[in-house]
Write a protein that binds this ligand. Sequence first.
Ligand SMILES: [Zn+2]
Length: 130
Amino acid sequence: MRGDSMIRPPECPFCNAVLSPPVEGGIGAGSQFLGGTCKCGAVFGSDPRGNGLGALIIDVLLFACGGDWDLTWELRQGEDYEERWTYGYNERLHHVVPNTAGPRRGVGTLYFVRLGPHLSGDAGGSGRRR
Ligand SMILES: [Zn+2]
């Protein structure tokens, strides 16, 4: 039995939409990582070798906050934002091998963040904490 059929393009863990490939500058021109956004508002970044996850978290969060460092540092996971991880992502081929263990060096990883509704800007920014 071939395992190829299990390989699939990555989906957004929040809304299950199939994602477009991450692009250079997708999470800010200053980021070393490729990234992008989902139509549901989630932001994601790709670490093709799984060895820069700490930096990836910061880049994705900062981009999700519109480059606002103060806001980025105030965010609390589970309260102000939700995060998800997808392991086994192949950035070059844009597919995911399911059930890949991580986080681990050498494992391509996608990191997703979606801000809570009070931070997403739908209310014109009035609910934004400072
Ligand atoms: Zn989504």
